[in-house]
Structure formats: structure tokens, C-alpha cells
Design a protein around this ligand. Structure first.
Ligand SMILES: *[C@@H]1O[C@H](CO)[C@@H](O)[C@H](O)[C@H]1NC(C)=O
Length: 419
């Protein structure tokens, strides 16, 4: 799997280095190839970005060590917490960080030397934006909640409970989940009147995988819901007729030994790899859940539909990096993908307590970034921003079943374009 480092780099890079918004000229630069460069770039971004950004320090979970709830390299996991106030003092938002997966021993070993596998390499402070912002005009419904970003360092969406002695690899995602929740409960989350589990990308998948477990942490009187942003990873056929993402997920499930970790309601009738795919899980989730996803999810376009291994001649390269370079048959391929995603949420969406926001954009992770979450020109569906839609659903102000018409009908997209 020689594309693995690239996959990792693309993922980590996604929101930080190579992304240029369609039609804007503030390109940050070329795709970086190493995590080190990415971190460097990220810290530069932080220093130079607007001074009113809320910077929140990393807390390591000391109790996790003795429980073996550790990152891939054996270091302590951690989180960033900004305390709520006023009406938000007893409300808790947990955001599970994303960042791909490791699916071979080799790339798990590589991951140990990055912030996605070791707290030694994690940023010591992070900017809280979008759904984590503390400003009412940026984050109208959750700005004064207790807001937590749980760092991702296990490589399997906070699942897994095994280890590889010979390579000194700890696959302890599930233990990290449990110990992190225990610590948060002990420092105030126990008193939560309202709670929301969220996450983007691999963290959006984690939110799906853990939603019902999250609900069980609280008394029945607590209002608990879950949000998955860009977590609808489809078991799709790629441009060469293969199953690139299924192959990758199969590696994740095998190397992290997830067989017994995944929902038994699913593994009773499907193979474990299928039970890592949201399309086979979401309609079985009992807790109210909101699925937020771009119909042409930029990560899935690049890494599931047209990865280099499925596009040997490179004929998809220009198109997958910038949709304005796609021809009509390539757009048609994406339309089929959109149809699969829309079909996959149908029965989920029929449940009154669930919410859906699938906009016809080439985007990925729209809740973390301020420009896509809630801003004067941010994406909308039926006239509402992502933040307003999620808020309306969470607080039961209206039902939200927002599915966009197919490309190119949406003029509010913040499409990602890669150089
Ligand atoms: C679109 O591009 C692909 C890949 O280069 C090519 O195989 C296909 O024939 C093109 N289709 C049209 C309608 O031009």
C-alpha cells in the first residue's frame, strides 16, 4: 500500500494546507507530504490567524495510563476543554477529532510519529472555531456550552482494544473512549442536562459508532443527541470498478481486531468490514442523530472513488482535485454516488427524531470550519446555515430533512479545490 502515506497526508492536510476555496485567491500552497510539514504549517496558520481566535490548551488524561487507554505509541490521550457559562453551564458538546485511519502495521507504525498516533506530537493548543466557537454570532446555539475536542490517536475511530507486542503498537481506541468519557463525567459532564456528541470525518464515523454508548452515560432525563459530520463513508465502487474504501476498511478492521468491537446487531448478519460502514449502522441507532454530509464528499471523491490505485492513467486527477475540470461522464459518476448516499439515509431519515443535511457540494467537514458552519456567505439549504439546521434539530424547533437537488443547483457551496 504505497498510497497510504499519501492518504494520511491528504487527510491531515484536508482543512489546513492545500485547500483553496473555489473562486478565492488565498491559496495556502501545495499539498504537503509529511505530517511534520503539516504541523509546521498549522502552527504558522495559528500564529498568523486572527487574534480573536479562541485558543484552548491540551489536557492529557492521566488516569488513562494505568488503564492502558493509550495512543498508538503508548502515550496518554488528551482533550481540549473550554468551559460553558450561563445557560450553557450544564450543557456539553463533545467533538471527536478526525484524521483517517491506519490500516496496515506499517502505516500504524508511521502514525506513531505523528499527532494522530502520539500525544508527543499533538499541538498543545488548538483554535476553537465553527461548532466549537465561543461567540454567539459564529455559533448561535452552542457557543456557551462546555465544548470539548477529544484528540484522535488510535487510528480506528475510537474503536479497538488490542495490541501488537512485537511492533509496540497499542490499538486502544475503545479504552480511550471509555477513559475520556469517565474523566469528562467526573469534571462536570455528569450533571449535563443536554449533551451532543459530534465529530468529523473519522470522528464523524466515531460519532455514529459510539452514539448509543454516549447516550447510556447519562440519566434518561438528559437530552442526548449525536451529530456526524462527513462521516457517511459509502461502500462504493471506485472509478475502476474496485472497492478501494472497503479494502482500506478491511485493513482497519483486521489490524485493530475490531470484529468483537462492532455492533453485534450488525455483525449478526453482516461481515465485520460492512459493520464499519455507516450505511449498515445508522438506521439501527436508537439515539437521535443528525447526518451532515456533502453529497460529493471531497475526501471520498479523492480517496474512495478515484484514488491513484484506481486511476492508473491519471485521467481523473484534474477532476478530483477541482470539479470544474470534470467532464459530463465524470459528473455523472458523482451523481450516481450522490444517489447512493441519498438512498443510504432514506430509512434513517424517515425516523422523526433524526436530522439530515446533505448539500450538493464538494466539501468535507462543514461543522468545524467557521466559513461553512455559520457565516454571512456560508452554505445553506432551504435558507438555513448548517449551524441553524443542526440547532433547529437539536432543540426540536423544526424537523430538518434537508437533501439538496443534484449539482450544480447549489450556489452557496464552499467547494474545496486542491492544487
Ligand atoms: C471524460 O473523461 C474520461 C477520463 O479522461 C474519459 O474516459 C471519457 O471518455 C470522457 N467523457 C466525455 C463525455 O468526454
Amino acid at each position: 500500500m504505497k498510497s497510504v502515506l499519501r492518504i494520511a497526508a491528504v487527510l491531515w492536510c484536508f482543512l489546513l494546507c492545500s485547500v483553496v476555496r473555489s473562486g478565492s485567491s488565498d491559496g495556502i500552497g501545495k499539498m504537503r507530504d509529511t505530517d511534520e510539514e503539516i504541523s509546521l504549517l498549522e502552527s504558522q496558520l495559528m500564529v498568523t490567524s486572527s487574534p480573536q481566535l479562541l485558543m484552548v490548551p491540551l489536557t492529557l488524561i492521566q488516569e488513562a495510563g494505568p488503564k492502558g487507554a493509550v495512543c498508538l505509541d503508548g502515550t496518554l490521550p488528551g482533550y481540549h476543554l473550554h468551559r460553558g457559562s450561563g445557560s450553557g453551564a450544564n450543557r456539553w458538546l463533545i467533538q471527536l477529532e478526525g484524521g483517517g485511519w491506519c490500516n496496515t502495521r506499517r502505516n500504524c507504525i508511521f502514525r506513531k510519529t505523528t499527532r494522530r498516533g502520539s500525544s508527543n506530537y499533538m499541538e498543545k493548543v488548538l483554535a476553537f472555531t465553527g461548532i466549537l466557537s465561543n461567540k454567539a454570532n459564529e455559533n448561535p446555539d452552542f457557543y456557551n456550552w462546555n465544548r470539548v475536542k477529544l484528540r484522535y490517536c488510535d487510528g480506528a475511530s475510537f474503536t479497538g482494544d488490542s495490541q501488537d507486542e512485537s511492533s509496540k503498537l497499542y490499538y486502544r481506541g475503545h479504552r480511550i473512549w471509555k477513559e475520556a468519557m469517565k474523566e469528562l463525567l467526573s469534571i462536570g459532564m455528569q450533571q449535563a442536562e443536554q449533551a451532543l456528541l459530534s465529530g468529523c470525518s473519522a470522528g464523524g464515523l466515531a460519532s455514529i459508532l459510539h452514539c448509543d454508548q454516549f447516550k447510556e452515560l447519562f440519566p434518561a432525563t438528559t437530552k442526548v443527541k449525536c451529530l456526524s459530520d462527513a462521516g457517511m463513508f459509502m461502500d462504493a465502487v471506485d472509478v475502476s470498478g474496485g472497492h478501494s474504501l472497503r479494502n482500506m476498511f478491511q485493513g482497519v478492521v483486521t489490524i485493530h481486531n475490531l470484529k468483537t468491537e462492532l455492533s453485534s446487531a450488525c455483525t449478526n448478519h453482516l461481515d465485520p468490514t460492512s459493520c464499519f460502514f455507516p450505511q449498515n449502522l445508522v438506521s439501527g441507532i436508537k439515539t437521535p442523530m443528525f447526518l451532515l454530509n456533502a453529497a460529493y464528499d471531497a475526501w471520498q471523491v479523492q480517496e474512495s472513488l478515484a484514488p491513484p490505485s484506481a486511476d492508473l492513467t491519471g485521467s481523473w486527477k484534474a477532476c478530483k482535485l477541482d470539479h470544474s475540470h470534470c467532464n459530463s461522464s465524470q459528473i455523472q459518476f458523482f451523481q450516481n454516488f450522490r444517489t447512493q448516499m441519498v438512498d443510504a439515509v432514506k430509512s434513517f431519515s424517515a425516523s422523526t427524531h433524526n436530522g439530515v443535511f446533505i448539500n450538493s457540494c464538494f466539501a468535507h467537514c462543514q461543522s468545524e470550519r467557521q466559513d461553512t458552519w455559520h457565516a454571512p456567505d456560508s452554505p445553506t439549504l432551504y435558507g438555513k446555515t448548517v449551524a441553524e439546521s443542526v440547532g433547529d434539530w437539536y432543540f426540536d424547533r423544526t424537523t430538518v430533512k434537508a437533501i439538496d437537488c443534484p449539482y450544480p443547483c447549489d450556489k452557496t457551496c464552499h467547494d474545496l479545490v486542491f492544487k
